[in-house]
Design a binder for this molecule. Sequence first.
Ligand SMILES: NC(=O)C1=CN([C@@H]2O[C@H](COP(=O)(O)OP(=O)(O)OC[C@H]3O[C@@H](n4cnc5c(N)ncnc54)[C@H](O)[C@@H]3O)[C@@H](O)[C@H]2O)C=CC1
Ligand SMILES: O=C(O)CCC(=O)C(=O)O
Length: 447
Amino acid sequence: MLHERLSSIYENVLRRNAGETEFHQAVREVLESIGPVLGKHPEYAESKIIERICEPERQIIFRVPWEDDRGEVHINRGFRVEFNSALGPYKGGLRFHPSVYLGIVKFLGFEQIFKNSLTGLPIGGGKGGSDFDPKGRSEREVMRFCQSFMTELYRHIGEYTDVPAGDIGVGQREVGYLFGQYKRITNRYESGVITGKGLSYGGAQVRTEATGYGCAFFVAEMLKARGTSFDGRRVAVSGSGNVAVYTIEKVRQLGGIVVACSDSSGYVVDDKGVDLDLLKQVKQVERRRLDVYAERRGGNATFVPGRSVWEVPCEVAMPSATQNEITGRDAELLVRNGCVAVGEGANMPTTPEGIRIFEEAGVAFGPGKAANAGGVATSALEMQQNASRDSWTFEFSENRLQQIMRDIHDRCLRSADEYGMPGNYVAGANIDGFKRVADAMLALGLI
Ligand SMILES: NC(=O)C1=CN([C@@H]2O[C@H](COP(=O)(O)OP(=O)(O)OC[C@H]3O[C@@H](n4cnc5c(N)ncnc54)[C@H](O)[C@@H]3O)[C@@H](O)[C@H]2O)C=CC1
Ligand SMILES: O=C(O)CCC(=O)C(=O)O
């Protein structure tokens, strides 16, 4: 239930952003959490902090023309939503997927404000992308697309302005092409303009692994807070992209057994534990589907086409693919099958009904804003290294990541406690993330 004032703000968001359902969902979840904060801090309401937070500082939409290998011309749409820069330059990834439209970019940018705030690092919130579909495109086509995309985007970004990175469909390959074009157009080797770079040209150790590793660290903290651990637990992971693969890697190192993962064609069950080398070969090197993994794994794994991975019984679920992939029915099934913890590696992968079901069942639920913040936090570490012309070791960077995830976990619990919702990580993440941004906005005046 929304507090009366928050209700009217939400109605306004619906009216001003018609049809952007994912954005509405993300805003509603935050507004539902911060009611108690307004009681203690009337100054936020007086300065219309919430109304301002819900309105992006700047939204850029542009045409991206490019030519395929046969010489046919294609036109895609590019986006960058610069949502909030109270804490630092806009920071957030780029998503290339056919489902991308303004509502998706705004939901992601809005989430990013609070996530980035929770890291405790000096980064504002933004997000971007395109409805370009990289699936089935050649290396050359992907490069031409990235170059065209950057030919407009370069005007809007910079080390002190707005610093993109990867997300769905944008990995190290795409970041390389984007950075190369930025350097060529501006004639500046401005390493801190984008993160997720390759190690040979200014990238940072652990950034590739950071979101997945960070999510596993966060879940380990939630389990520890309940007096238990990953040890010997069955874990299901959705997706098999960047976040999923490194979630699997760290969960295994922490003693869990990952028995299933998925892609948009279906899922594989592998009861002895997913073979990570084979998964990396199939998904990262060959860029093929999971049925190929099952085939090569002989009798050990089964590929189930077109169904949800959440039907596989597990004790820990780690959604790492896309938004709204755990529905209310999936959540009921997971609870019935003995799931005790959920860590969101993806952004907003659980529907509001799914979250309610987990909360009512007493499942430890780590929302994406907190659980997947290790990626952007390590991007901020990449920016630090670029700014000081330094590079840190893998071990040092991983230790920093682990400490950041512990701090985020503890901050969520402390804020949830302070506002009378003990153990509620959703409320804790929203309140803690909101307060830091709100205080900075108050201090900066009406801008
Ligand atoms: N890359 C990063 O550092 C971060 C990513 N995230 C989030 O993690 C999630 C995954 O991102 P990445 O691993 O980077 O992307 P990716 O492109 O490397 O992998 C995406 C995976 O999700 C699957 N997928 C995508 N859309 C799907 C759909 N509609 N149905 C079923 N499967 C689908 C793909 O098959 C692929 O396995 C996204 O929600 C993203 O926003 C969150 C924080 C940081
Ligand atoms: O590393 C970054 O800047 C962005 C990561 C991201 O897009 C996210 O946290 O969802």
